[in-house]
Write a protein that binds this ligand. Structure first.
Ligand code: URA
Length: 232
């Protein structure tokens, strides 16, 4: 990570204050004075600011129940940021591991550990994500088997070179299904149903890997250590 970021993560200094201290020669990395704030450092390096050895704060991992009409971004945009509902210190250090659309609700994972996010989101990990989906058009009893098979075999999405990976579809009622996918392509669930001539009216993420959404809408909680480790 960059030296200025390391200092922010291990002190109460703002980024500007950290850069000023670095540029003024107050910081050593492995006993060498470093004045360039973009210098890459590692947690194993010995980083000292004004004679004090710095240690970064422990990483944070949490889940949140995203309400509809919020965006998965640190700042407000056309819609308010999901982070407005996060009553926690130093929110700007956090990011979202796997975004949802503005009109999608449900489970969102949030952390300041970039390596962990990579494990959650990297395509080759095939991490399972389960969605409850409300549909515009009814799935008739006689269509269920064929649809389940189609989702299992993979669907050709517009503009994609390959079929989607096998997905598990469970029909709850004619207009409500549960879908588990192991990828995270742009608008993937909506595009999968568009490809079978249906339309998603509501989308709610219930589960990522072994982590189940269990807080009320707009609320959050820290992940347990087991939940954190389950993505390693
Ligand atoms: N698939 C979508 O189409 N939208 C989401 O928000 C998540 C998955």
């Amino acid at each position: 990570m960059r030296l200025d970021k390391y200092i922010c993560k291990s002190t109460e200094l703002t980024k500007l204050e950290a850069i000023e201290r670095i540029n003024a020669g107050h910081v050593t990395v492995n006993n060498e004075t470093v004045i360039i704030e973009s210098t890459q450092v590692h947690e194993n390096n010995c980083i000292i600011l004004d004679s004090k050895k710095l240690k970064t704060r422990a990483f944070r991992y949490l889940l949140m129940h995203k309400p509809t009409g919020t965006i998965c971004s640190n700042n407000d945009g056309e819609y308010p940021s999901l982070f407005n509902q996060l009553d926690i210190d130093k929110k700007s250090e956090l990011h979202i591991a796997g975004r949802l659309d503005v009109d999608t609700t449900g489970l969102v994972l949030i952390t300041d550990d970039g390596r962990w996010t990579y494990n959650v989101t990297r395509p080759d990990k095939h991490c399972k994500k389960t969605y409850k989906v409300g549909l515009s058009y009814s799935i008739l009893d006689e269509q269920v088997d064929k649809l389940v098979k189609t989702f299992k075999q993979g669907i050709q999405l517009q503009g994609e070179p390959k079929l989607t990976l096998p997905a598990t579809l469970a029909v709850i009622s004619q207009k409500e299904v549960c879908l588990t996918i192991t990828e995270g392509k742009y608008h993937q669930v909506k595009r999968m149903f568009a490809a079978v001539k249906n339309r998603v009216l509501s989308l709610h993420r219930e589960k990522i890997g072994d982590v189940q959404l269990d807080v009320e809408v707009g609320k959050w909680r820290y992940l347990t250590q087991d939940e954190v480790n389950s993505f390693s």
